[in-house]
Every structure is written in structure tokens, then in C-alpha cells.
Write a protein that binds this ligand. Structure first.
Ligand code: B12
Length: 499
């Protein structure tokens, strides 16, 4: 019996919040589920809220355990919420089917990035899914628990009309305010952070949601940033340190998005580190432009920032436009050189996210990328430092501009993720190879290495020459003086390790 988190109540309503198996994916528990549990539990005291972490479990042991869990809550009205990324979607579906086998009266709810983006196809194809919560889930889940099934016009859900079989999408709920975000603690009661707390031996922490930018490959852009207040951030970080975490991954999409916020959060963190005898450090991800602002790097260094992930994505002007990272590539790349040079003169590690396997990449473009890396590598060597490249494989996620563009170009059909995720979940060698070499390789469609003519027909095969090209590019980048290429292997949920 795998661990379930949350106190048992005798009342007759139970919410299970489940992270499905994440075999071959980066290990790390969903902060989103903890946030929903912490929002719903105090507001719905009559509901038993349980979190179940199957992320390190094998699909078979998760299915087996779920049968036991269903029996345990036999007398309860059962709501089951399952989180989805595109890479874990098939695992989520398998759990939904399993629940319906034992409790066809259970209300099965999918949420998270994949379900939100592909809700129409999922609800049309899968009767094992009753509702999909679109986007931010706290308020919507609370409304479902207090009003479903009497009320179906709840903001923030999509569902298939039982009579017309038409998939309906309700208007979004109000997004949580700073006060509401502040009210949500980071740990789930006495259970702390669940499972693997975050990436690369760090604890995941999100102090702000949203990103106003519109990078065409990204699933979370085009939304105004909402932040927790500085006192709440300090409380959360102090809680993380009290829980024994000394390395914190601040996973805000765009950490240094505003000068004032960066100044105030850095001086606050500096004060907290002084109070806590420098017992924690943190890393973050931010954009190039935010790092060339005077003092930003100095403020972050003084506040205990150990590393910055710069979401560069490409070093080629044409690709930067295609990714909609910037509309002034030359200035962007000049700012990158300045930001990297300044980081190398600080104690902060310089991490650079670079996408490989971008469709149509020419040898000339890759050589251009190499020469920019050689220049940055020389900068690093001059300072006795090294820059770490975090390779990402260019993939198409649902709900992105690239997905729409591919659809309009006839590259694949609207329901492509149904077939693709089913294929990928059966192709463990491909999945593990992707996971080994790339943070973002699994789940999205690696359009640059797939056979395009087959993809049009909803069939899937990687083009081996393109795979070798990507591997060769990785090898050449690793050979650049002053550059390290990050290896993800040890941070994946491995098939062997999953029980
Ligand atoms: C922190 C983070 C991680 C961490 C922690 C894991 C996690 N799942 O949170 C780590 C590094 C481990 C990680 C791994 C991966 N990640 Co990640 N991760 C993020 C990041 C930066 C923040 C997530 C977060 O905590 N947000 C704050 C919380 C509060 O929001 P949330 O997670 O979105 O959850 C809210 C809603 O989505 C919704 N919701 C979510 N789940 C559910 C479930 C139910 C039932 C309901 C009702 C609602 C609901 O309600 C929640 C509260 O409002 C996001 C980008 C982003 N900004 O969202 C990418 C992101 C989610 N990751 C992504 C991907 C692809 C992955 C990997 C598959 C990469 C890989 N190949 O290994 C793995 C998946 C394995 C795993 N362990 O999850 C993609 C997903 C895109 C997609 N269509 O699938 C994102 C969107 C990044 C991107 N820009 O593309 N990730």
C-alpha cells in the first residue's frame, strides 16, 4: 500500500489528489497538487483530502494500490483529481480507467497542463474522465466539491454534456489574488513536501504564477504575473529550511521580471539568510534582458543565488524569431553576452537552456550556434569558470502557438496527442533516450526528429539520421572549451527504480 497523505474524516466526501507514475521523466512532485489540497482542506472541512504520490511507482503497482484505496473509501462520495503533463497523460488515463473499474460513481477530474490544453479531445474520447479543470485549480476544485453535480455551470471546468455528447467549456474562474496565494502554505500539513521535492536535489518553490510573454513553444505564456507577497515568500522559504531543505529551486517562469520585485525579494532573502546563518541557497530561471539591468546580478548574488537558468533557447537569430523569444535577435544576443560575462564575474553559476532538433536547422545555423558558444566558453575560461548548457529537445506541446501553426500547416491532425502519447508511452527506449539527454524531450512531439509524412497520417517513427544529427550536435557542444553539457539521467524516474 503506497503512502496517502492527509487525515481521515468520517464524513462521506473524499478528494483524492493523485500524481500518476512518471517513469522516464524528471523526478519531482507536483507543487500544484499540494497547493490545491492546502486551499481546499481548510475551506471544505467536511471533505477528506488525500494526496497520493505514484510518481515513483510502476504503472502496475499504482493500479494495484488504487484498487485498495477505492475499497478503503467505499462508503465515501469519491472525487479523484489526477494531474497531467503531456508526458504523463497516458499514465493519468490508466488511473482514471482503474478508478472507474472499482467506482464507476466516482467523479474523475483531470487537471494540469495537458488536460487544460487538450480538454476537448480528452472529454470526447474518454468517458472515464468526467470533468477537466482548466488552468488554475484551487478555486475550481473547491467549487466542484461544494456544488457538483447539482451545478454544472461552474467556472473553470469542461465536461461532456450527457445528453448532446457535446464537450462544453465554462468561463474561467477569477484567478487567485496575492492574498489568496499568500494563504496557501508550501507543505501539506505534517506531510511536508511530498516525494521528490524538486529537480536536481532542490526543493521546488513557486513565488509567482504566469508569464506575460508569448514564446511560441511554451505552454504557460500570455498570462499576467501574480506574485506572493514578500512576507509570504519569506515565511515559505523559512518553512522549507525548517523542513531541512537548503537548496531551493525558485521555479517562477520569469524570476527577475520586474526591477522593484527583484530588489525587494533579494534584499528580503539576504536578510533571511543572515537570520538563518546562510543555511540556504537558491536558483531561478529568468530572461536575458532582466540580467543586464544594473545591480540585478549583484543583488541576486548577495541574496544567496547559486545559479541562474537563462531561458535563451537558441543562439541563432532566425530561430530566435521562430521561437518568438525576441523580435530583435542581434540586440538579444548582445545582451546575452553581457549577462553571461557579468554572471561569470559573480559567484552565480551560469546555466543556459538551448533547444536542439529545431525543424529545418541548417549546418550553417548550427555552426553559428557553436561559434557563439565558443565565444561564451572563452569568456568563462578567462574567469576560470565554466558555463553549463541544459539541452532541451525542440518539442510541440498542446496549447502552444507552434501546435496551432503545425495544425494549420497540416503537419498533424487535431487529436495527434492521443496517438503520440500512446505511442511514446510504449516506446520506453525512445522515452529514456529523450529523458537522458533533454529536460523537455518527452511528452511534446519532437517534430524535428519525427518522420513528417507518417506524422500526417497519425503514425510515429523517428528519423534515425536526424537523431544522429542531434546527438552529434550535443557531442560538438560538449567539446566546446569552457562549456559543460548537463546530463539528466540520474534525475529521472527510472523504470528500474520505480517499484
Ligand atoms: C516546477 C516544475 C517542474 C518540477 C516539479 C514537478 C511539477 N509537476 O510541478 C520538475 C522539475 C520536477 C518538473 C518536471 C517535469 N516537467 Co515541469 N514544470 C514546472 C513548472 C516550472 C512550475 C510548475 C508549478 O509548480 N507551478 C505552480 C503550480 C501551483 O501550478 P501547476 O503545477 O500548474 O498546477 C496548477 C494547475 O496546473 C492546476 N492543476 C495541476 N494539476 C492539477 C490536477 C488537478 C486534479 C486539478 C483539478 C488541477 C490541477 O491547478 C494547480 C494549482 O493552481 C512548470 C511551468 C509552469 N509555470 O507551470 C513546468 C511544466 C509543468 N513542466 C513541464 C514538463 C514537460 C515537465 C516534464 C515532463 C519534463 C520531463 N520531460 O521530464 C517533467 C514531468 C515530471 C514531473 N515530475 O512532473 C511542462 C508541461 C507542458 C505539458 N504540456 O506537458 C511545463 C508547463 C513547462 C513548459 N513550459 O512547458 N517540472
Amino acid at each position: 500500500m503506497l503512502v496517502t497523505y492527509g487525515a481521515m474524516k468520517t464524513q462521506a466526501k473524499t478528494l483524492l489528489l493523485i500524481m500518476p507514475p512518471q517513469v522516464g521523466l524528471l523526478s519531482g512532485f507536483s507543487a500544484g497538487l499540494i497547493s490545491i489540497a492546502n486551499y481546499v482542506a481548510p475551506r471544505q472541512p467536511n471533505v477528506t483530502v488525500k494526496i497520493i504520490d505514484y510518481s515513483e511507482a510502476s504503472p502496475s503497482s499504482a493500479a494495484e494500490d488504487l484498487a485498495t484505496v477505492c475499497r478503503q473509501f467505499q462508503k465515501s462520495v469519491l472525487f479523484v483529481g489526477i494531474t497531467t503533463t503531456t508526458a504523463s497523460y497516458q499514465q493519468a488515463l490508466a488511473l482514471a480507467r482503474r478508478i472507474k473499474e472499482f467506482r464507476d460513481d466516482a467523479v474523475v477530474i483531470l487537471g494540469g497542463h495537458h488536460a487544460t490544453s487538450d480538454y476537448e479531445i480528452i472529454l470526447d474520447r474518454h468517458n472515464e474522465v468526467d470533468l477537466i479543470v482548466l488552468g488554475e485549480g484551487e478555486l475550481t476544485m473547491e467549487n466542484i466539491l461544494s456544488q457538483f453535480p447539482d451545478k454544472i455551470d461552474l467556472p473553470g471546468i469542461a465536461y461532456k454534456d450527457k445528453v448532446s455528447k457535446i464537450v462544453r467549456k465554462n468561463p474561467p474562474p477569477a484567478l487567485l489574488s496575492t492574498t489568496e496565494l499568500d494563504s496557501i502554505p508550501i507543505a501539506y500539513g505534517e506531510y511536508g513536501l511530498i516525494g521528490t521535492p524538486g529537480k536536481f536535489h532542490h526543493a521546488t518553490y513557486v513565488s509567482a504564477r504566469g508569464c506575460p510573454l508569448k514564446c511560441s513553444f511554451c505552454a504557460v505564456g500570455n498570462e499576467a504575473i501574480r506574485t506572493k507577497s514578500i512576507p509570504a515568500v519569506l515565511r515559505d522559504i523559512e518553512d522549507l529550511v525548517a523542513l531541512g531543505y537548503s537548496k531551493i529551486a525558485i521555479e517562477d517562469n520569469f524570476f527577475a521580471h520586474s526591477r522593484t520585485r527583484t530588489e525587494s525579494i533579494c534584499s528580503a532573502l539576504h536578510g533571511l539568510r543572515t537570520k538563518l546563518n546562510n543555511s540556504f541557497t537558491w536558483d531561478c530561471q529568468t530572461r536575458v534582458e532582466s540580467l543586464v539591468r544594473p545591480d540585478t546580478i549583484t543583488q541576486m548574488e548577495a541574496a544567496g543565488c547559486e545559479a541562474v537558468y537563462i531561458g535563451v533557447e537558441s543562439l541563432d537569430p532566425v530561430q530566435l524569431l521562430m521561437l518568438n523569444k525576441t523580435n530583435r535577435p542581434a540586440i538579444y544576443l548582445a545582451k546575452l553576452r553581457k549577462a553571461v560575462s557579468d554572471l561569470l564575474q559573480s559567484k552565480i553559476e551560469c546555466y543556459v537552456n538551448i533547444q536542439l532538433g529545431i525543424p529545418g536547422e541548417t549546418r550553417g545555423q548550427f555552426n553559428g550556434t557553436l561559434s557563439v558558444l565558443q565565444d561564451l566558453g572563452e569568456l568563462a575560461l578567462r574567469e576560470g569558470r565554466r558555463i553549463t548548457v541544459f539541452p532541451q529537445l525542440h518539442v510541440v506541446y498542446p496549447g502552444t502557438v507552434h501546435f496551432q501553426e503545425g495544425l494549420q500547416a497540416g503537419l498533424y491532425s487535431r487529436d495527434i496527442f492521443e496517438g503520440f502519447t500512446a505511442w511514446e508511452s510504449q516506446e520506453m527506449p525512445v522515452l529514456l533516450w529523450l529523458g537522458e539527454h533533454f529536460a523537455h524531450g518527452t511528452g511534446g512531439i519532437p517534430i524535428g526528429i519525427m518522420k513528417g509524412d507518417l506524422l500526417k497520417e497519425g503514425r510515429f517513427e523517428v528519423e534515425s539520421t536526424r537523431v544522429f544529427n542531434v546527438l552529434d550536435s550535443l557531442r560538438q557542444i560538449a567539446e566546446v572549451e569552457g562549456i559543460n553539457v548537463f546530463k539528466y539521467g540520474e534525475y529521472l524516474v527510472s523504470a528500474a527504480r520505480s517499484n
